[in-house]
Design a protein around this ligand. Structure first.
Ligand SMILES: NCc1[nH]cc(CCC(=O)O)c1CC(=O)O
Length: 329
């Protein structure tokens, strides 16, 4: 009614985890700042990905565990926008939906958290055989390659659950790896012992890590215009380039593809990326610096990086992983 056809109340959908709710609230608050009279509701959904906390992530295998049910509600009109961690969004989304401009990205790096009370600060400090909790093969494969003295064990659940498991002195875990952005949003950055950027003895992060994805009904022009107010050009272009790399390599969150993008000049984007075998014994990596002004150029960068990694041997590494995976269905 009135100035536009923005629905009232505007309904934001998200997962029912503390992190998801904090993220949805931050989008609500940013919208409220520029549109004080707007009525906004947040609806949380317990998704398939939240329900199964037992199966190790690589075996769950579906790329859309956290998005499908929300997208159904978006498509049917029960929701107007979904707020998601961009890295949990499949690179191909349903025909009926689209991603809008991406808001300013938070710290995309992974971070190390050591069990409370233990004296270690960095991966290098950890003793022989120390157990790193992570269910991400991207993280474990890269760390096996760099730190052969470490061991790895699956660690699942939401951020608070994982932290409680690691902090239990009876647990097998010495430490865990999580995204810096997720920890910061939950007020847990004081627990970060080491930021794991590739320059600092760390690893390449996941595609889209640290960014939020805002998903709307395809062609919902009013919502697109509204949410564009929150978008950040540089975050959008960098994340679109990263997602195109992943889409081209047909990755998904369960394969060891890591990436880093950095704006080195006003419009020069540097992308570095790696593909690693699960045991860390094989890897290919490359780096491209190029001028990026348009979305098409960002997409081309992602494709070019994928082509370079493939010609350097990425396909063989990825194929071996897909073939050896026990539960494909
Ligand atoms: N895979 C789970 C997931 N998806 C998004 C985040 C945090 C937010 C982000 O990194 O964008 C996390 C937790 C983590 O990886 O530590």
């Amino acid at each position: 009614m009135g100035e536009s056809s923005i629905p009232s109340p505007l309904r934001i959908g998200t997962r029912r985890s503390k992190l998801a709710i904090v993220q949805a609230e931050s989008i609500r608050d940013r919208l409220k700042r520029t549109n004080p009279s707007m009525s906004i509701e947040i609806e949380t959904l317990h998704t398939a990905g939240d329900r199964d906390k037992v199966t190790a992530l690589p075996e769950m295998n579906a790329k859309s565990l956290w998005t499908t049910e929300l997208e159904e509600k978006l498509t049917s009109g029960e929701l107007d926008v979904i707020v998601h961690c961009l890295k949990d969004m499949p690179t191909t989304i349903p025909e009926t939906c689209e991603i809008t401009a991406i808001p300013p990205r938070d710290d995309p790096r992974d971070a190390l958290i050591v069990q409370s009370g233990l004296p270690y600060q960095t991966l290098k400090d950890l003793p022989e055989g120390a157990v790193v909790g992570t269910s991400s093969v991207r993280r474990s494969a890269q760390l096996r390659r760099l730190y052969p003295h470490l061991r790895f064990a699956n660690l699942r659940g939401n951020v608070e659950t994982r932290l409680a498991k690691v902090d239990n002195p009876e647990s097998e875990y010495t430490c865990m790896i999580m995204s810096a952005a997720g920890l910061e949003r939950l007020g847990l950055s004081p627990r970060i012992n080491q930021y794991l950027g590739s320059k600092d003895g760390g690893i390449f992060h996941a595609v889209g890590q640290g960014a939020l994805g805002l998903e709307i009904r395809k062609g919902d022009v009013e919502m697109r215009k509204l949410l564009e107010q929150l978008g950040d050009r540089k975050s959008t272009l960098a994340c679109l380039a990263e997602r195109e790399l992943l889409r081209t390599l047909e990755g998904g969150c369960s394969v060891p593809i890591g990436v880093e993008t950095e704006w080195v000049q006003a419009d020069e984007l540097k992308m570095a990326a790696i593909v690693v075998s699960l045991d860390g014994s094989e890897s290919v990596e490359d780096k491209i610096v190029t001028r990026i002004v348009t979305v098409d150029e960002a997409v081309t960068l992602g494709k070019d990086m994928a082509a370079r990694l493939i010609s350097a041997g990425a396909e063989a590494i990825l194929k071996a992983i897909t073939t050896n995976r026990p539960s494909k269905e």
